[in-house]
Design a protein around this ligand. Structure first.
Ligand code: SF4
Ligand code: SF4
Length: 391
């Protein structure tokens, strides 16, 4: 009970004062890049016992300072992610600190390190948002073919069981990979029994390359694990009516060329602090010129002085300007400066795989004919309006 009162008191103390501008409503925090799994498709993970990475990570007090700064800027939600955030010994301390600042906590985890003690804490002081657990397979064989860690499946099931038993809300998501892609029906049937799943699980399938650009060999493996654009469309459209309805609405809001402006997205309005205190404009963008070192400054400086300037960056690559700059699929396509950086080491190079995925979806929706290129289409407004009119 004492915890609950502390939260209420703190909510009052940190509520945005009338007339005071809220600069930051949501903050992502990547507590560590290390992970207790070694997933074949992972864009970030370092080994759990990587001492050099661990030594560079922010200390408990440094994280608390950042959380305090965020609360003073009006932040209501913080997402703890990684790597595996539960690998940090001080996770419970940081979690309680954020909750006592009045923040809702989103936790992304593989659930292997959920202990009875942690489940009790999460039940006593709820995060106020369902915990999000990624599932890598429905059997030890498939799960561990992805995570490469013997015994990880049993630990994941035990962690999930503890949350369930303590009635701590959680949802599950899938990562669709060759070892588990025959298990979709089994996964969805199980997911439907979880009391907090109010819709079918989402999936990662168009996997990102290594965000630190640290391994060509890993990148080649990740590229081989990706679904083909056609396979991706089959999966995305397995509930065709719902897909068409969602996409018609989405397209009527977000489609249209972005011209030469690189950041046609929310980058720099929230952002992500990496494990070492570098504030990124978004979770994926690790280009060294587009991060701000919080050991040298504050969240406020980044948000008011640095990010607004970076958000104005213009593309200069003629290929990008001729394609993405003129492409009406920009809202639907995952092409962005972060993806370009991961794939090509520049911010403005079209990513061919993502281009094919967007074109395959657009063809399915009737926005493009076979062989058409989206950047050559002039009557895109009518096409989008026609899609909206059909559902
Ligand atoms: S559990 Fe997540 S962070 Fe860890 S290796 Fe797998 S995908 Fe990467
Ligand atoms: S569909 Fe192709 S051209 Fe259009 S934004 Fe995506 S990558 Fe660029």
């Amino acid at each position: 009970m004492a915890d609950a009162y502390a939260v209420k008191r703190s909510l009052y103390q940190h509520a945005p004062r009338q007339g005071k501008r809220v600069l930051l409503t949501h903050l992502d925090i990547e507590l560590t890049e290390r992970c207790n799994n070694a997933c074949i498709h992972c864009y970030i993970n370092l080994p759990a016992n990587d001492d050099q990475a661990q030594a560079r990570e922010l200390t408990t007090d440094e994280w608390k300072d950042i959380l305090r700064q965020a609360a003073n800027l009006g932040t209501l939600t913080v997402r703890f992610t990684g790597g595996e955030p539960l690998l940090r010994d001080d996770f419970a301390d940081l979690y309680l600190f954020a909750r006592r600042l009045g923040m809702k906590v989103l936790l992304f985890t593989n659930a292997r390190f959920i202990t009875p003690k942690l489940a009790d804490l999460l039940a006593r002081m709820p995060p106020l948002a369902p915990i999000e657990i990624t599932v890598y397979g429905m059997s030890p064989a498939s799960y561990e073919a992805v995570t490469c860690i013997s015994g990880s499946y049993g630990e994941f099931r035990r962690g999930v069981g503890l949350l369930w038993q303590k009635r701590v809300p959680f949802i599950v998501k899938g990562a669709l990979l060759p070892p588990n892609k025959m298990e979709i029906a089994e996964f969805e049937a199980w997911a439907a029994t979880i009391p907090w799943m109010d819709k079918p699980p989402s999936y990662s399938m168009f996997f990102d390359l290594r965000g630190r650009r640290d391994s060509d060999a890993r990148n080649r493996l990740i590229a081989r694990l990706r679904l083909s654009p056609q396979e991706g469309v089959v999966l995305l459209t397995r509930r065709p009516e719902a897909y068409r309805k969602d996409m018609a609405q989405f397209c009527s809001w977000f489609m249209g060329p972005s011209g030469g402006r690189l950041f046609a997205c929310g980058a720099g309005h929230g952002g992500c602090v990496d494990a070492y205190g570098r504030y990124q404009m978004c979770t994926l963008l690790r280009h060294p010129d587009f991060v701000y070192d919080l050991k040298q400054g504050s969240l406020r400086e980044a948000l008011t002085e640095v990010f607004p300037r970076l958000q104005e960056t213009q593309a200069t690559n003629p290929d990008y300007l001729a394609r993405c700059g003129r492409c009406f699929l920009k809202g639907m396509c995952e092409q962005c400066p972060a993806k370009s950086w991961m794939e090509h080491g520049t911010l403005d190079t079209p990513v061919e795989y993502l281009c094919q995925v967007a074109h395959a979806q657009a063809r399915y929706l009737g926005l493009l004919a076979e062989g058409e290129k989206a950047w050559q289409v002039g009557d895109w407004r009518q096409r989008v309006a026609s899609l909206a009119g059909k559902v």
